[in-house]
Design a protein around this ligand. Sequence first.
Ligand code: HEC
Ligand code: HEC
Length: 321
Amino acid sequence: MKSIFLFIAALGILFINACSSSAPEELKREPAKKEELGELLFSDPILSQNNEISCASCHIPSYAFSDTIAFSKGVNGKTGNRNTPSAMNQSSRNFFFHDGRATSLEEQAAGPIENPVEMNLPIAEAIKKLIANKYYQKYFKKIYNESPNRTNLLDAIASFERTLETGDTPFDRFMKDDTNAISESAKRGQKIFNEKGKCFDCHFGPDFTGDQFRNIGLYNAKELKDMGRFDATKDSADIGKFKVPGLRNISVTAPYMHNGMFKTLSEVIDYYNAPSDFVKGSINSDTLLLKPIALSKIEKTDLLEFLETLTDDRFKAIVKH
Ligand code: HEC
Ligand code: HEC
């Protein structure tokens, strides 16, 4: 009898605990470093207005922290008009978002929390929720020696994102003199990428982006209305320019481009091969794209094979080809 009473009392305490302050979802271990705290926050819907959307809802870890649909769903099923980019390999970037309107990962992270179609929560409200949560209160105190605030919240998230670097690819092994790490077809593809295809003129450096803004012809003021970089600078020379995205893990981050208009890498290659077959009346398009590249069927396959060598081994299982 006594033990049943104790059991019911214990259940009661558990229930009260569960109601007063919930532990972060997927709590596997107590975070000891800011990167680990950032990882918890990244996948915790506590940072959204309705407690349903986390950063990881759109930046899905198993898809290289990108989404599988053109426009991700935010709070109450709302959608924006840009495709979710991968949140990996960001530590060397100078600009964030397709139009580069943020210049640090910390500044970037505040955007989605407050964005009405993403997490829709003013940062001040987010901080109140974290302070009211005894777990987060404890972790922030332990790691930052202070309560949750705007600066340490954004610092934790950005610190986690800086750990998301992926260099374990067949291409990286090839560059370290493992000549058999990529196929003969991929080797031919690399040459096309660098020379005939002119891809390397824009996609260069360790992550295949020179961190510039370029116009590849996806703005025509008709069905393609996103003005890209112009939104951030209001400089007419920037109309239709978008941030050159890095190409690491590109096999698992479909669909592609700022609006997710291409479903496969083959479609992307077909587009670059002859842009005007896809978009009529492009405005301000880069001179590099003026002439069709005229790739043969084999050359297209080779280029695709090369692009697929840029995906980290951890995502091998979901590469479709
Ligand atoms: C509802 C979906 C959604 C949620 C939730 C979301 N993001 Fe994003 N994220 C996007 C979209 C869409 C963009 C591109 C927006 C643009 O360019 O205007 C983006 C851009 C980014 C970028 C820039 C990447 C680049 O290549 O420039 C980073 C980093 C990022 N998000 C991190 C986060 C973090 C951190 C959170 C949580 C605090 C978060 N995101 C929540 C959809 C989302
Ligand atoms: C003039 C500069 C330029 C050239 C040349 C260029 N790109 Fe791009 N690339 C870009 C820009 C800018 C974007 C982003 C456009 C957007 O978001 O609408 C992009 C996007 C992409 C994407 C989609 C990335 C994503 O995450 O959505 C792939 C894949 C790609 N390029 C591959 C290539 C290949 C392969 C070539 C050569 C055949 C090439 N690029 C040539 C500038 C260039």
